[in-house]
Design a protein around this ligand. Sequence first.
Ligand code: GDP
Length: 299
Amino acid sequence: FGRLRSGLAKSASQLTGNISALFTKRKLDDEALEDLEDVLIRADLGVQAAGRITREIARTRYDKDVDEGEIREALATEVAKTLEPVARPLEIDPAAKPHVVLVVGVNGTGKTTTIGKIAHHERGNGRKVVLCAGDTFRAAAIEQLKIWGERTGAEVIARDQGADAAGLAFDALKTAREQAADLLLIDTAGRLQNKANLMAELEKIVRVLKKQDETAPHSVLLVLDATTGQNAVNQVEVFQQVCNVTGLVMTKLDGTARGGVLVAVAEKFGLPVHYIGVGEQAEDLKPFDARDFARALCG
Ligand code: GDP
């Protein structure tokens, strides 16, 4: 929790600094509520969540004197209530052998790093993990995944840059099945510039996986970068159009003032949030906990 709190310190001060300025001691009238809603929008909670949470806070306190502490506490409660339904662990089906996770997202959001971190976490749980270097567009992504493989003791299935990602995914699943691995994590390229190409590529990967296991992929994880703020909301929309997203990971919650975007995403899509990233190291992936996050965000 300490790590989460320090990671979210900027997001928290963005939110609560403004609340302090508003509510030294003040009547919660229409003007104060409007100001509060504004603060929430500026903290990236999104228009929808900001409006609903403000109304919720007003329900029992309208026209009453409130202080900063009370507003912060009420806010933490409402944020936790918003996040609780989506805070769900990534469940790995032990019967799947392997449970196949396709990891998607825009370039640079942290897909490869998140795969390495999940591999570390699941190796720690005693699971056999295979990684597929499916971002065949970037040589650096392939190299980076190989390093994570060495670090975590997970086998990495890779080909040279430019290779066909679907063919590679097919081979990776074949190997993982032969080895009775528990988990196969497949990296992908995230070139959003051409949505049609991206969709075709992801569809092709899914198609070849299904040739071997019609229930694969068992999870499609969308990785979002908190520092992009409301862009993360747009990315969910786009990726829901190109593939069947089953859950989210939000990275780079350390050191950004835009962590509130997780609330916007939860409110808007209701997709499960499995993990959050709070740094670049293997241990810096945390199972998502709604209350801890709300407390860290609301200071
Ligand atoms: P990809 O293109 O989506 O595969 O993104 P990468 O995994 O290559 O990550 C891009 C950069 O973000 C790298 O420098 C990572 O170390 C960094 N990164 C990933 N996750 C986090 C995180 O949770 N916090 C921080 N601070 N950096 C991260």
